[in-house]
Design a protein around this ligand. Sequence first.
Ligand code: GRF
Length: 204
Amino acid sequence: MTNIAVLASGRGSNFSAIIRAVKRGLIKANLLLLVCDNPKAGAIEKAKRSGIRIALVERKDFSSKIEFEKKIIQHLEECNIELIVMAGFMRLLSPDFVSRYKGRILNIHPALLPSFKGVEGIKDAFNCGVKVTGVTVHFVDEEMDHGPIILQKAVKIEGSDTLESLEEKIHKTEHLLYPQAIKLFIEGRLKIEERKVKVSNPGG
Ligand code: GRF
């Protein structure tokens, strides 16, 4: 079974959705490790409750980004991690890190990439007045919110929506989409061809 680590910096609601999907057997994998760079992150409590090992690695404790990432890599290697799932991890990984785990790092973004990149994806879409936004799960490459797209799901913005109600709809959608994308990965059904992800049928 695939060994998975989640990287998170905040609330951890996507992390929770992934924990649930593993417990229910939707994702047949070992969720072994949470890597977190923020001691106040809600994700830490969630990992504790589920008995998942926690690696708290704070950037301030390292003299350089290279040293910081070395520590993360050490934890990943100790657990023989094969898939890295970024779930609200608020740091851009270095090109060296990305190339070490090329094709084995996933990220979720709360908008339909390539639109509304950055940390305010939901708010930016709302303020822009688009009628449709959504959620993207993609492979991570060297650029922020870039990399081959695995799954996307649209979310309508109705006239009655507020930023808060839109956030709620986006997060609900994320919690469904991320486990599905992880499932496809661990079943070996994702293939990157010329920057595009081909999804094969079960068993095919
Ligand atoms: C999510 O909206 C995700 O798309 C973005 O960061 C947020 C993390 O939320 N990358 P949570 O910590 O999983 O609740």
